[in-house]
Design a protein around this ligand. Structure first.
Ligand code: BG6
Length: 510
């Protein structure tokens, strides 16, 4: 097990939702698991007029996100954790002098022996990343002559290729690339990491992992919720920016990449970069028209309850053309994957919450059991990222009795069967990695830019292209029915559950 050095975690945006909902519970889990170093403090920083005690109350002692933990553990144990937390009010603006902040950090550092090791976690709007980095640098807080300094930034990382490059350039003015940790919480999910292990720790999959045996690859990321309270943010972002450019292309990179030389962070990230650069960028309108579909959920009734359409959501423009469903077909321009189509979709307000990768294998070259009824039941490897995390192989078995009737059987593994094992939450794992300086599960600057390079022309086409349609799908169904057209009649999306609303069709909104 790697050693975690004494350190201080400074969270910008500490009064925000992410801190209370994800970050502090993740740190609490590390505390519970004995994974925090002996000397460790958290300094929350934001513009709210709090003191240490208010902050501890908000994110620990009265936090709804730690309610179960408070019931489970005694008061002294919880209080000991809360006492590790401090708060510094920045006043009205993040873009201000950090002289006072520097003094506070240095006082805490001396008092609690955190050895000058600091992580700055930026849980703020991205527009503040560069000003915060500059203000930290003005106080020498990026200087690693005494202790190390790291900065973690949340997604979205940029809004387009250009803005991502600008952001990278801006951060690189003050921090070196090896100090910057770009978080993508999907990489913290156990099953996403297991993609690497499935492929490279077994000898049975990799020989088949190519165009000779794989017919197509399908990835579904579905959420049953709508945009909830985030309409304002989401309407400027949309499914492609919010989920596809980051989380889903990271998954794609892990499927597409070549075996790395070792499990070293740079070796893995080099291969992921190569994979992302090999995605065939679609530029002409015809290709974009034929291979991309966007849609918005419209009002429907689920279980007799009215569900709002996207345009009726709080913070969303009544005439919005932001997609809540995106389905993209694309190819990978390299030796391993030539001509194998990849189908990736992501959406809100689907029948259920699920993320899965399905590797569809080709039909056996020569069919012996022609009358077996096995047509269209080719082998599939299903990697279930969430929920019911696990792996399933669908293969043909003989139905007992005369003749050779073949049926599909499942061979499966579920993480829940490992009852003894504590499966870390994504943020818990990623924070611990950053605390130990391991960047394997963080996205590097060039990876993020390569992902944007693929996504940019699609966004541009959806915004400015001719003949671009916005389809509508009823909240609670598996997207617009015509999303199956991407498969050209050869196959269709695998929907892991039934539609919830009665109207599975689609309409053209604009
Ligand atoms: C976030 C997106 O990155 O991921 C959200 O901004 C989305 O819109 C969320 O709901 C999904 O994460 P998870 O882990 O619940 O699949």
């Amino acid at each position: 097990m790697k050693k975690t050095e004494n350190q201080m975690l400074i969270i910008f945006g500490a009064s925000g939702d992410l801190t209370a909902r994800k970050l502090i519970p993740a740190i609490f889990n590390l505390y519970k698991g004995g994974d925090l170093p002996d000397n460790f403090v958290v300094l929350g920083v934001s513009r709210s007029d709090f003191g240490d005690l208010n902050f501890r109350n908000k994110v620990v002692l009265e936090s709804p996100y730690l309610e179960d933990e408070r019931k489970e553990h005694d008061q002294a144990f919880i209080q000991k954790f809360a006492d590790k937390l401090f708060y510094e009010d920045l006043g009205s603006d993040y873009d201000t002098s950090y002289e006072r902040l520097e003094k506070r950090i240095s006082d805490l550092d001396q008092k609690y022996g955190t050895n000058g090791n600091h992580i700055f976690y930026l849980s703020t709007p991205p527009s503040l990343y560069e000003p915060i980095a500059k203000n930290l640098s003005d106080q020498g807080l990026n200087d690693e002559s005494v202790g190390w300094r790291r900065i973690i930034v949340e997604k979205p990382f940029g809004y387009s290729l250009n803005s991502a490059k600008e952001l990278n350039d801006g951060l690189h003015t003050y921090f070196k690339e090896n100090q910057i940790f770009r978080i993508d919480h999907y990489l913290g999910k156990e099953t996403v990491q297991n993609l690497l292990v499935t492929r490279f720790a077994n000898s049975i999959f990799e020989p088949l992992w190519n165009r000779n045996y794989i017919h197509h690859v399908e990835i579904t990321n579905a959420e049953s919720v709508g945009v909830e309270k985030r309409g304002g943010y989401y309407d400027k972002s949309g499914a492609l920016r919010d989920m596809f450019q980051s989380h889903l292309l990271q998954i794609v990179a892990l499927i597409v990449m070549e075996p790395p030389l070792s499990a070293d962070a740079e070796e893995i990230r080099n291969e992921k970069l190569k994979a992302l650069k090999s995605l065939k960028i679609m530029t002409d309108e015809k290709t974009l028209y034929e291979n991309t579909i966007r849609a918005q959920y419209v009002a429907s009734k689920i279980d007799g309850k009215e569900v709002k359409g996207y345009r009726e959501e709080e913070g969303v423009d009544k005439n919005s053309t932001t997609e809540t469903f995106a389905a993209i077909k694309f190819f990978v321009d390299n030796w391993r994957w030539a001509d194998v189509p990849f189908y990736v979709r992501t959406a809100k307000r689907m029948p259920t919450k699920v993320t899965e990768v399905v590797i569809h294998f080709k039909t056996p070259h020569h069919q012996i059991f022609k009358e077996s009824g096995i047509n269209n039941k080719d082998n599939k490897l299903i990697i279930r990222i969430q929920p019911d995390e696990g792996i399933l192989i669908k293969f043909g078995v003989k139905v007992p009795g005369q003749g050779f009737e073949v049926e599909r059987a499942n061979m499966d593994f579920y993480y829940s069967s490992l009852t003894e094992t504590h499966v870390m939450e994504a943020y818990e794992r990623l924070l611990l990695d950053a605390m130990q300086g391991d960047a394997t599960l963080y996205a590097r600057a060039d990876e993020v830019e390569a992902a944007w390079a693929f996504v940019d022309p699609i966004l541009d086409y959806w915004k400015n292209g001719k003949n671009v349609k916005m389809y509508g799908y009823s909240a609670g169904v598996w997207g617009p029915e015509n999303a199956n057209d991407l498969f050209d009649g050869v196959s269709e999306w695998r929907n892991p559950s039934e539609n919830l609303a009665d109207d599975p069709g689609y309409c053209v909104i604009c």
